[in-house]
Design a protein. Structure first.
Length: 248
């Protein structure tokens, strides 16, 4: 993970030192530095950043005043030569508070804390998205058969067979549904983590596969061919799912 940061300090030597420290940490990228808070605020209106290194005592607008003016702000590490502002800083939910002169090991401890917080947030966001996607995905489709629309649950489908202009959907327990639909349309409707096309005339449910024998798949009593043009994609999918099977 890369952490984008900016540094703000009205002391040139302190700003240069901070730039040097940031350059020594592989996961930090200094995107801008400022000698006053006003310029930094203008920058943040147009640019996103993950972390601010912020001096407290600056002319014009102090670091504390800057934080109070921001509606939403990134993670903040305060830097100052005075410790009387520590409590106020933590009231503003800063991640850490560094007293000048700042030793590199203390700096590293502060940025490691930011890294852990942002990494945990990133993991939480990914998990949330997966849960939302899983919860929001339909578990069935409706297909037109004869003069009605019939509901077909994904978990009931064994495989789908092409029959000229029609598709025959083989379902549990022993049901067959004929529908006028193209393979392309059917593939768009089926979740790719559950179904795979293995032949120009067959789509199979991965979880219903009982065995794979040379160039055929066995689902119950059905023996389904693996087409030459679909073979590589099928075996690659199995490998991605952690199945270490050698192709016969």
């Amino acid at each position: 993970m890369n952490i984008r940061c900016i540094a703000i300090d009205d002391e040139p030597l302190a700003l240069d030192k901070m730039e040097g420290y940031i350059g020594r940490v592989p996961f930090l990228t200094l995107e801008a530095k400022f000698d006053n808070a006003i310029s930094a605020i203008e920058y943040l209106k147009e640019n996103e950043t993950d972390l601010i290194f912020l001096d407290i005592q600056m002319e014009g607008l102090s670091g504390i005043q800057m934080l109070e003016s921001l509606k939403i702000h990134p993670k903040v590490i305060l830097t100052t030569a005075y410790d009387q502002f520590a409590l106020k800083g933590y009231e503003l939910d800063v991640t850490d508070y560094l007293l000048k002169p700042i030793a590199f090991d203390r700096f590293l401890k502060a940025v490691d804390k930011v890294y852990e917080i942002l990494q945990a947030k990133q993991r939480s966001t990914v998990i949330h998205k997966e849960v939302v996607q899983t919860a929001s995905r339909d578990e069935f489709i409706f297909v037109k058969t004869e003069y009605r629309l019939e509901k077909v649950n994904f978990r009931d489908i064994l495989f789908i067979e092409g029959m000229k202009d029609y598709l025959r959907i083989h379902c549990l327990p022993d049901k067959r549904i004929m529908t006028l639909m193209s393979f392309m349309k059917m593939e768009q409707l089926l979740p790719t983590d559950l179904f795979v096309r293995v032949h120009k005339s067959f789509i199979v449910s991965l979880e219903k596969i009982h065995s794979i024998e040379r160039n055929h798949i066995r689902i119950g009593e059905h023996r389904i061919p693996i087409g030459e043009s679909y073979r590589k994609q099928f075996w690659s999918l199995l490998q991605n799912k952690g199945l270490k099977i050698e192709e016969s």
